[in-house]
Design a protein around this ligand. Structure first.
Ligand SMILES: Nc1nc2c(c(=O)[nH]1)N(C=O)[C@@H](CNc1ccc(C(=O)N[C@@H](CCC(=O)O)C(=O)O)cc1)CN2
Ligand SMILES: Nc1ncnc2c1ncn2[C@@H]1O[C@H](COP(=O)(O)OP(=O)(O)OP(=O)(O)O)[C@@H](O)[C@H]1O
Length: 262
């Protein structure tokens, strides 16, 4: 995947090669040279190793206190209560991700309490391709090869599940996982590029449809919030609008300040 980020010249213009043979025109704002990218990927890899270690060292009871605090903050928040459509991840405890199980059970309550449409990730292939599919019950999930629960492409009645990129209505919020974050919105993922690719596609779709962009909200243990300047980023990394940690909501973008009622 690293080679995919190197520049190629087409008709005198520099392009970054993307999965599926797509080319992204390199401009002064989105351009990283091959050497820069190699250096950044190395720094990201080292930081991932360090953060994984930190996460493994958190005492399990402290971790579950943080899991509860983060989910309670979200469930009680006006911006969450008023949302109609969400994308959320299905947390994996072996990866030490902030737990989303209480949040998901809350969203998936039978109506009228459960009044939100939920989309969750399904990895389609190793070329950073992930879809977000609609589920209405926790039983809609099965473990994939990475041991993360994900929806089957077809529901129990044999109908294809709705893909959020094909839906007629926008989602308001995306609850995102990650290994590390900072208070300027930088996010370090697990390295697949799945979220960055999906978020870019959703952003393009929302723009085409004239929809309000969803708020990108990352769930983070206190230990995952790093000082500004520590998280290396490339031009394809999409910043988050806000963080939710056990200490509360940290709004970052102007959209977060406007919409999170803080
Ligand atoms: N809960 C959850 N679901 C998700 C993601 C995620 O980060 N969390 N993804 C977000 O992309 C996609 C799947 N991508 C993944 C990428 C790496 C690993 C993983 O197990 N990484 C190991 C290291 C593997 C290695 O390189 O040796 C790890 O981080 O410890 C899991 C999922 C879609 N679904
Ligand atoms: N919009 C995009 N289109 C195509 N490839 C992308 C896009 N965004 C990121 N990638 C590629 O995905 C790979 C992994 O990127 P990176 O290391 O930044 O992932 P990450 O942010 O840690 O993971 P994730 O986005 O899944 O949380 C890189 O090769 C990167 O060039």
């Amino acid at each position: 995947m690293r080679a995919a980020a190197k520049g190629v010249l087409v008709s005198g213009q520099l392009y970054a090669q993307q999965p599926y043979g797509m080319l992204l025109r390199m401009t002064s704002t989105n351009c990283n040279t091959g050497d820069e990218l190699d250096a950044i990927f190395k720094q990201k890899k080292a930081l991932r190793t360090q953060v994984r270690k930190t996460l493994k060292a958190i005492d399990p009871s402290l971790r579950s206190q943080q899991d509860k605090a983060i989910q309670d903050i979200i469930v009680g928040a006006p911006w969450f209560k008023s949302s109609r459509g969400l994308c959320a991840y299905i947390s994996c405890s072996a990866l030490r991700e902030v737990d989303t199980s209480k949040l998901l059970s809350h969203i998936l309550q039978p109506p009228p309490a459960g009044d939100k449409k939920l989309y969750v990730p399904r990895v389609e292939d190793k070329n950073s391709h992930m879809r977000m599919l609609n589920i209405s019950r926790i039983d809609d999930l099965v473990a994939n090869s990475m041991n993360i629960l994900e929806p089957t492409p077809v529901d129990a009645d044999g109908n294809a599940r709705q893909d959020v990129l094909q839906a007629n209505d926008p989602v308001d919020i995306m609850l995102l996982p990650g290994l590390a974050f900072d208070k300027s919105g930088r996010r370090l993922g697990r390295g697949g590029g799945y979220y960055d690719t999906f978020l870019k596609n959703y952003r393009d779709l929302a723009e085409t449809r004239n929809w309000t962009q969803p708020l990108l909200v990352a769930l983070s243990y206190s230990q995952q919030i790093l000082d500004d300047g520590v998280i290396p980023v490339t031009s394809t990394d999409i910043p988050v609008d806000a963080l939710v940690s056990p200490e509360g909501v940290i709004p970052i973008s102007s959209a977060a300040f406007d919409r999170m009622d803080l």
